[in-house]
Write a protein that binds this ligand. Structure first.
Ligand code: ADP
Ligand code: MG
Length: 319
């Protein structure tokens, strides 16, 4: 099978939202009048972000999901994507499942694949995602203000617990194992939440490298500090060793939940949004003046936290 047959068979689908999609030297796109274009790229590398024998359907899903998550964190409406692939060989069953997973999620959010690049090489998957946001309404990292509540969606820590299970560091069973492995392999980008937070949140980020590390980016960009309350954090189920639970919750990556800040006066609206979306939104602390991020226990004492998030150049391979 030639490179062009491969692109035609697995990566060419109708793209009615593009003036011109896959097949020419460049795609042609019309941004809706008056909108800003939000652009982001995320790459997944075999051996660093996923096991080389990962289920290709789930890999296709996750390749797009991590990119949708970035647009969710900006409050942008996803519209188009490009996909740059490097593949060790043409493996048609693999390509079939990979593209099925990619297009399954693309279909959920109306995202059109409009181009890309395909080469031979170590397995490497890179998406560039494009979306739209009204000028001035994007959820940025630099908007947090002292006095804001800090919120997180879903249950951060599940994906890290799933990874710990696969690495033999914990043994999960039953429903919890299913939930944690699904969080790791098939994350649900919080696009709808991000759109609903326009005009409500002061700042937002998606939790890809760990809750404290990602919140830390908001703090740094906004020039503020934070006080989190351990008792408010969405706890992992009993039976997980406390050190492991703390690690997964505060420093575990790959959850793709949103962490955001909003004025105290908007609490009721955020709670109503949680029930409308059927998604847990938990208030976990507040933004304060200064630069420190501390986690307080029930007695108001600081919980010692030494962990930071994942940094590709500060550690050895991820898996
Ligand atoms: P060029 O030689 O001009 O770079 P290519 O041969 O790489 O063009 O690609 C041909 C067409 O197929 C282009 O429109 C490109 O955007 C698209 N394309 C290539 N690889 C992919 C892919 N993995 N997914 C979607 N579109 C792709
Ligand atoms: Mg090319």
């Amino acid at each position: 099978m030639s490179e062009f047959d491969l692109i035609a068979k697995y990566f060419t689908r109708p793209a009615p939202s593009a003036q011109l999609g896959v097949g020419d030297d460049a795609a042609l796109l019309s941004v809706s009048p008056g909108m800003e274009l939000a652009v982001s790229s995320d790459m997944l590398v075999a051996g660093t972000h996923f096991f080389p024998d990962a289920d290709p359907f789930l890999l296709g899903w996750k390749t797009l999901a991590v990119n949708l998550s970035d647009l969710a964190a900006m409050g942008a409406q996803p519209r188009w994507a490009t996909l740059a692939l490097s593949l060790p060989a043409v493996d048609e069953p693999w390509l079939q499942r990979f593209s099925a997973g990619f297009f399954a999620l693309a279909g959920e959010y109306g995202v059109a694949l409009v181009g890309g690049d395909t080469t031979r090489g170590p397995l490497n998957l890179c998406v560039t995602i494009l979306g739209e946001v009204p000028p001035g309404q994007a959820l940025r990292r630099d908007g947090a203000q002292a006095g804001d509540d800090i919120w997180v969606s879903g249950t951060p820590g599940h994906a890290a617990l799933g990874l710990a299970h696969l690495q033999g560091e914990v043994t999960l069973a039953g429903g919890l194992r299913e939930v944690c492995l699904a969080a790791l392999h098939q994350p649900q980008p919080r696009v709808t939440l991000g759109l609903a937070l326009r005009g409500l949140a002061h700042s937002a980020i998606d939790v890809s490298d760990g809750l404290l590390a990602d919140l830390g980016h908001i703090l740094e960009c906004s020039g503020v500090g934070a006080e989190l309350e351990w008792a408010l954090l969405p706890q992992l189920p009993e039976g997980i060793a406390p050190d492991m639970a703390r690690h997964c919750l505060l420093a575990g990556g790959d959850d793709y939940e949103l962490c955001f800040t909003a004025p105290e006066a908007r609490r009721a609206e955020i709670e109503a949004l949680a029930s409308r979306l059927g998604l847990a939104l938990t208030r976990i602390g507040r933004i304060v003046q200064g630069t420190a991020c501390i986690v307080l226990d029930a007695a108001g004492n600081a919980v010692p936290v030494v962990e930071s998030g994942y940094d590709h150049f500060a550690a050895a391979a991820r898996l």
